[in-house]
Design a binder for this molecule. Structure first.
Ligand code: DHE
Length: 532
């Protein structure tokens, strides 16, 4: 940790000094061709890395910039980014130079950047004193009712007391965390994954960073095993899933390749399948679902049931910490486990406009698709929840494309109901002790300000809460299910606390674009109303 932290201010100071001395060797004379690469090395490399792989600032690779529109990139280069070290260059660079720089960072790096096992290991930082830190919270509040809030606005994390709704602590995170943070089984440690590939292990009881490692250059998410021994990362770049021990030492790299080795794939996501003692890994470009067992004593865990009809015996020896492949008709992007964790309900994102979605139910024991999921549009299954309805076990999923919540019977996979909401949304949540589920419509310009509250018994929308003109999204319940915390998803945003029974606002805690919030107890107990 320390070496990087010490070097960064020096680098910044050096960059500022060079710029203030006016050593503009890369600047263009009027009419001359602009040397964008030279400009990059002069002005950007000190923070974003000579190879654009990131440093104190984020990586500037086409893969990392997929979500940043070019006009926005121009604005950031010109005016800087509020609440970060990114300064604006409008005073020092001509407009054409800024445009050239913006175009440059969207070009692929050649040769293609590599991230080897040696790079992973070299990136690791570990606080050796962490083994001596006290094994109890160094603050007064219920550690099980703690909320970890990811603030995307200025890339911070806040820890909030879930009884008093008061912040306990706030600290800087890596740039652009994505996916839910994952907890150790006792709720002491939390692991964050950033889009730039960093995994950070944080001690919630001592309010200190324990370890960090860069698992890849463009990462999707991380999962932590139910026994707390393993951490796995899913990468788009390079095409790998990477296994670490609990202190983020590299254990094994899995190249995401088809069985014949001919096709390589981005890894969409990795999830922990707790009762199976395995990680389940979704590949984006190869129609296979992987299950990697971490059950040392019982490997191979489901042998005997498993004989792949297409590929024969080669797949029937899964073993410990090795992928066991389920061939699919269509690759999966994100998915949901049923209560038994035997079934994965998955969907792919459409590859082009108007392309139909193929939702699938995959049985992990017999290792094949067993049903088509009766959900159209673009279900966001990773945000699904399950509950009992009229003696049946059902799951409900929001939809990224249509204003509806799809409810599906988890025994016969039939469609139960489509619940209309004012617009497509990203997230939904409930709690085992609450009668209601809450869903946002944040993908809709007209209804992004509305949360719809669904009665789980009648499957009707019974109420709405609104923040007119603002984005209101992503809710999480308190441990006891009595309060709901929602995100006012704005730079000068807030956590809004509602009474879960009468939907009245109880409190508002200012936050900088609180992207997501995670209750320790709901997560470690895998409450049926929250994401796993
Ligand atoms: Fe996410 C979780 C995929 C865009 C915020 N998102 C996930 C997960 C997947 C996923 C597979 C589950 C991983 C986990 O929790 O471990 N997300 C995708 C996409 O494919 C998509 C549509 C495109 C992309 O660029 O990656 C996408 N996601 C977004 C956003 O634009 C969001 C709204 C803002 C952001 O910060 O990126 C966003 N995703 C989130 C959040 C979670 C998440 C807050 C955790 C949800 C939870 O409550 O558990």
């Amino acid at each position: 940790m320390k070496t990087i932290l010490l070097k960064t201010p020096l680098k910044l100071a050096l960059a500022a000094a060079i710029a203030s001395l006016g050593l503009d060797y890369a600047r263009a004379e009027p009419g001359a061709a602009i040397d964008a690469s030279g400009l990059y090395q002069q002005y950007c490399a000190s923070c974003h890395g000579a190879q654009r792989l990131g440093g104190m600032g984020p990586a500037l690779l086409p893969e990392s910039l997929e979500r940043l529109r070019k006009p926005e990139a121009l604005k950031v280069i010109s005016q800087g980014r509020a609440a970060t070290q990114m300064q604006g260059f409008a005073e020092r660079l001509q407009e054409a130079e800024i445009k050239a720089l913006a175009a440059y960072i969207y070009q692929p790096v050649t040769p293609a950047p590599q991230w080897s096992d040696a790079d992973i290991s070299a990136s690791r930082r570990f606080d050796v004193s962490s083994s001596t830190w006290p094994a109890r919270p160094q603050w007064r509040a219920d550690p099980m009712n703690l909320f970890v809030v990811v603030e995307g606005g200025d890339h911070h994390v806040s820890l909030v007391d879930g009884d008093k709704f008061e912040p306990i602590h706030r600290f800087a995170s890596r740039f652009a965390l994505h996916g839910g943070p994952k907890f150790s089984p006792d709720g002491r440690y939390v692991y964050f994954g950033s889009r730039d590939g960093w995994i950070s292990k944080y001690d919630l009881w001592n309010l200190k960073l324990v370890a960090e490692v860069r698992a890849g250059l463009n990462m999707r998410n991380v999962a932590v095993s139910a026994d707390g021994r393993w951490v796995m990362a899913a990468n788009y770049l390079p095409h790998t899933a990477v296994l670490f021990d609990a202190d983020l030492n590299l254990v094994k790299r899995f190249d995401a390749k088809s069985l014949d080795g001919q096709q390589s794939s981005r890894v969409s996501a990795v999830y922990d399948a707790a009762p199976r003692h395995s990680f389940v890994v979704a590949l984006k470009d190869v129609a296979e679902l992987w299950e990697i067992s971490y059950d040392e004593g019982a490997a191979p865990i489901h042998d005997g049931l498993v004989h792949d009809y297409r590929m024969g015996e080669a797949l029937a020896k899964p073993g410990y910490l090795n992928p066991r492949r389920t061939p699919l008709e269509e690759a999966l992007d994100d998915f949901f486990f049923d209560d038994s964790y035997r079934h994965v309900l998955g969907a792919a994102r459409p590859r082009g406009d108007g392309e139909a979605m193929l939702g699938q139910v995959v049985n992990l024991d017999v290792r094949r698709k067993i049903a088509t999921l009766p959900i159209a549009g673009m279900p966001h299954l990773g945000s699904g929840i399950s509950f009992n309805w009229q003696g049946r076990r059902v799951m409900a999923s929001p939809n990224l494309k249509d204003g509806r919540i799809s409810v599906v019977d988890m025994k016969d996979w039939s469609a139960v109901r489509e619940i209309a909401t004012p617009g497509p949304g990203f997230f939904m949540r409930s709690h085992a002790r609450s009668r209601y589920a809450w869903a946002d419509s944040m993908m809709s310009a007209g209804a992004k300000d509305t949360l719809s509250i669904i009665d789980k018994q009648t499957l009707e929308v019974v109420a709405q809460v609104r923040e007119p003109g603002k984005t209101l999204a992503h809710v999480e319940f308190t441990k006891d299910g009595r309060h709901v915390l929602a995100s006012l998803w704005e730079m000068d945003g807030a956590l809004i606390v509602y009474d879960a029974a009468n939907f009245k606002e109880v409190k508002r805690v200012p936050m900088s674009k609180p992207v997501g919030k995670y209750n320790v107890w709901n997560k470690i107990s895998r409450d049926e109303g929250t994401s796993h």
